[in-house]
Design a protein around this ligand. Structure first.
Ligand code: GDP
Length: 392
């Protein structure tokens, strides 16, 4: 625990040193002050549990710790939190962040829903979340990547946090690994793994560019894994399937996994086999992450998309329904990250799901994109007086 605290202190841009207004200044506070002072960081003393007490009276004794920034809060009642964010976090952190992570938006500054999207769209850092059932090795992988024991994975009280942001660079690229330690802890409390894995995915999909769906290579693929996979695909996120604990299986087992029916359902590109503990397969993982991200933000012109679409139609015409054939006229890019293609034509509402699936596979193949689901919007424009839009 101490090792991890020191690591966090070394890496932090701002240290919030929490003391209790109810206990007053205690000898442990003086010990901590002595320990953190030597790192020469921005230190903010937060005098907590201020509810029902006189602010000035309760904070004055903490000035003897020798730090000039002291702010009173009540974590349970939310007193002083807005000022904490606006005055301290935003001003102190944005200065450091502008310096360190050019143009990168920081989660602490999120206020509105659209900030999540702005954060996701910032292409200077690739945001990755690892999701999967408990014990598949998510934290171990992040620790291996960061090369340090940075995450607190035990069950000690006070260690529960919702999301941990691990900013790192690997071969000159910036990455943010979003860890959902806190959400996992809540899983344990409710013990409804299925529901909470989806909840976890729901939360991170808003923020991540790529989701690593981690599975345990020693266990069979469960229905829950497939539910999670479909959920991610439908929400539109880059996705990688990663089997961990490769060190524990034989080549024959690996072949069995690759040939399994359930994996075929999750057909989205390259499947990775890694060992988080032995740091096996990590390089290849990053190569795929970069590729998936590059594909998700590429600009594709309408000419190319229309050509690919026409090729698909030439190969396999949409069926005739009640004497009318659906016509696909042209295609263009609607949005990147996730890739969204808009197709214009006639009677597009008649397209079956299997034809849409065929189109999706065809585009993925011809655009040579990996790990990125494509979303389609179908726009009827045969009659300018009746516009209709349908989404796959
Ligand atoms: P999480 O709940 O998904 O975050 O899982 P943890 O990272 O806490 O790992 C669960 C257990 O699996 C721990 O005992 C790890 O040491 C072990 N583990 C993780 N990765 C590997 C691996 O690559 N190989 C083996 N043999 N064990 C692993």
């Amino acid at each position: 625990m101490l090792e991890q605290v020191i690591l966090s202190v070394k890496e932090a841009d701002l240290i919030c040193f929490l003391v209790s207004a109810r206990d007053g200044l205690v000898s442990e506070d003086l010990d901590i002050a002595k320990k953190i002072r030597k790192y020469k960081k921005n230190i903010l003393v937060l005098v907590n549990k201020i509810d029902g007490l006189k602010i000035e009276l309760s904070t004055s004794e903490f000035y003897s710790l020798g730090f000039k920034n002291i702010h009173a809060i009540s974590a349970t009642n939310g007193i002083g939190i807005t000022i904490l964010i606006k005055k301290y976090f935003t001003t102190i952190l944005s200065k450091t962040l502008q310096k360190n992570y050019k143009n990168s938006l920081y989660p602490i500054l999120f206020k509105k829903e659209q900030d999540h999207f702005r954060f996701k769209e910032d292409i200077n850092t690739i945001k990755i979340a690892i999701i999967g059932k408990p014990n598949v090795g998510k934290s171990t992988l992040i620790n291996s990547i960061l090369n340090e024991k940075r995450m607190i994975t035990d069950n000690m009280p006070g260690t529960t946090r919702d999301v941990v942001w691990n900013i790192t660079s690997y071969k000159n690229n910036n990455y943010i690994f979003i860890d959902t330690a806190g959400i996992r802890k809540k899983n344990k409390i409710t013990n409804k793994i299925e529901k909470n894995s989806v909840k976890q995915a729901l939360h991170v999909i808003k923020l991540a560019n790529i989701i690593i769906l981690m599975l345990d290579a020693t266990e069979v693929i469960s229905d829950q894994d497939i539910i999670l996979f479909n959920y991610i695909i439908n929400q539109g996120c880059g996705i990688m399937i990663v089997f961990n604990k490769y060190d524990k299986i034989s080549k024959h087992d690996k072949e069995k996994i690759i040939c399994s029916k359930k994996l075929k359902i999750m057909n989205i590109g390259k499947v990775h086999f890694i060992s988080a503990t032995n740091k096996l397969g990590i390089d290849k993982l990053f190569i795929s992450i970069n590729k998936i991200f590059k594909h998700s933000i590429q600009q594709i012109n309408s000419f190319k998309l229309t050509k690919i679409m026409k090729l698909a139609v030439d190969k396999h015409q949409p069926p005739i329904i009640q004497g009318h054939r659906t016509k696909l006229k042209y295609a263009h890019l609607g949005q990147r990250n996730p890739l969204t293609i808009i197709i214009h034509g006639n009677k597009l509402g008649n397209l079956s799901n299997s034809y849409k699936k065929y189109l999706s596979n065809h585009f993925i193949k011809h655009l040579k994109i990996q790990g990125n689901p494509i979303h389609f919007y179908f726009k009827n424009n045969n009659n300018p007086f009746s516009k209709s839009i349908s989404k796959q």
